[in-house]
Design a protein around this ligand. Sequence first.
Ligand code: DC
Length: 458
Amino acid sequence: MRGAEGREPVITVDGPAAAGKSTVGRRLAERLGFRFIDTGAMYRALALSVDAAGLSPDDEAKLRAHLEGVDVRLRGDRLLLDGRDVTAEIRTPRISELTSRLTRLAAVREKITPLQRRAAAAGGVVLEGRDTGTVVCPDAEVKFYMDATLDERARRRQAELRARGLEADFGTVRGEIGRRDVQDTTRALAPLRKADDAIEVDTSELTIEQVVERMLAEVERRRGCRAEGRAADGAPMSGLYAFAKPVAAALLRLFFRLEAKNPDHVPSRGPVLLVANHSSFLDPPLVGAAVSRQLWFLAKVELFRIPLFGTLIRRLNARPVRRQGPDPGALRTALRVLEAEGALLIFPEGTRGEEGVLRPAKTGAGMLAVTSGAPVVPVYISGSGRAWPRGRRFFRPARITVVFGPPLSFDGGRRAGGHRRAQYEAAGREMMAAIARLKDSVAADGARLKPRVHAQIQ
Ligand code: DC
């Protein structure tokens, strides 16, 4: 799903204190490969500077003059106040109290709201706070409103304090949160309220993971709705993808004499799953450069946490997956790409292996093929594991060929019934067998070519 100008969506998460917004917002952003913006932390940083300057929140003239010179910015998940990292310092009861008073003032909100809007402008962000869906980004594509009972929120806050070594009486904590609720909802400026178009999530009875899964499903569902509207033509190529594709193709031809064989096996429209062997991180750009249509990729979630790089790969159509254990979110993401008529490249073997050694497919690959019913194009990449194998810092010259095979169909598997896991495994075996045939064809071509080359040399 992209916003009106083709950018990634803006997601807002609002709600009362201790409803779990920050924890789930952060995880949601991580799973989507988005940037997380803790708007409360920006107000807290401002409060820290007001505190250090010894100013009173009641002296509006002095406060305004002070705010003009203050520089608050988020870098990754660090918060910088006039260039100094204050991420830890802003979490004290004293600063919480002062922040709560300051956020009622127009001068303070006028300073911070534009910074938050600017941070969200590029899209691909999750904003968490009190007014992000109502005031900061009223046009956000997906809005959530998190809530939980006062008792549950008080229990969570007490546990959080205990984890930090602070013992607090339940009644006192409950009383404090109740007062914060009244302050947040009744203040004149940007009061806490649920946006009309926000999705309400009551987290009282749910674990963090359940909440995140529910939110992901909602984001994906909306992504699917929008994609269906565009299905006839597929999504337009992002500017970055359109720029990077020919550049990558030229470099790969230059360094590796990249050759694509039978790329016409990839249908030019409609959903298609490309399944390739994997022995180098060059593999995604190699296959991407070898076909004319744009591809989508799956990449490990850790890569999306790297500032800038994460944004870059997301714009290049990479979508995050978790490597440990099953990741139902990843299967859903993959299905959405196919439902939106996209072309998705996956590596059924999982992580990178040795050049020329094919390994069995993981169950997920067969599951995706059978569940989606999309045509599956087998791809064999020859030479990338020689050119840039795992564990090497630099590449070396090697010839690389990418061969495409005729599409396979697992649509029947869905209808045939029977044991599902067995179907997935059979589909996985079939795709690896097709890749093995392509490998043999490359070897046979090589053998035929050799005498000719030899003759030329003579
Ligand atoms: O979420 P938090 O506890 O870090 O927020 C700190 C304070 O800032 C809290 O009193 C609520 C307020 N706040 C706000 O008024 N508007 C926001 N968008 C975020 C936080």
